[in-house]
Design a protein around this ligand. Sequence first.
Ligand SMILES: [Zn+2]
Length: 302
Amino acid sequence: MLLVFSTAAGAQSTTGNSSAVLPVEGSPGEVLMISLTENPGNIANIILEEKNGSQITGGKVFKLNGTETILLALPSTLSAGNYELRAHDNEENPVQQIEFTVLPKRFRQERISLNRGLTILRTTDEERKREEALEIQAIYALFNPASVYGDLSFISPIRFDTLDYFRVSSEYGDRRLFQYSNETSSRSIHTGIDMATREGVEVYAAAPGRVVLAKDRIISGMSVVLEHLPGVYSIYFHLKSIEVETGELVEQAQVIGTVGMSGLATGPHLHWEIRVNGVAVDPKPLTQVVIPDTIHATSIGE
Ligand SMILES: [Zn+2]
């Protein structure tokens, strides 16, 4: 479920009548949609901070169906506890502040053994990986208030109902231990969900949007990134083929490519990810067509 907070819903603030209703709690991986149907304090952005003042995540205002809206994405790495939510106007003056509670959430542990070829892929060519990481991080950080192509409702990028073989092989937020063929290991956190299926199965745009990246990358292989809303992107990795070009507008359910195992993948699967203001969030609560639960994890990538 997507949590929506609206100024019409009542008062929960600490600063009196002329303030907006802000969310007071959330879980790691969640997106909070704050609809400022009334915005007496002229809120322009909201920042989530540690008690010591260090910033964790934030969101800026944009117009969605005529309503001033801010999206706040909570990273999967957020520890349970108390935080501060601060709202500012467009001159960065603080206009509202409330205490915010992050609820506890457990993620799965996952162990992945990589053969010699995948070990070499994951542990070499650091310069190209760094360049590609900088390029994609810059895309995720782009916030264009005019980029409104739909709302925050997605469909599954794979039609699981008619396929003879489909399963979620890896969940959002899985804590991963990569074991290399040379006896060393490293840890990472899975930022999307992996949907294992046959090679060549069509991959659909999960929502209307604009293609902002369509290219071959070293780890993620043939990759597509779509922009849907200001700061909201969906990501499709390890494709066999790409059917769209950068700059193109796509409709929801338009074919954007096919499932493959390009880049770092131990079997054919789609890595599907959603970023909001740079933060990878759990795609499942944002997906209208239900994605089945995990059965077993054997086909893994990044
Ligand atoms: Zn993945």
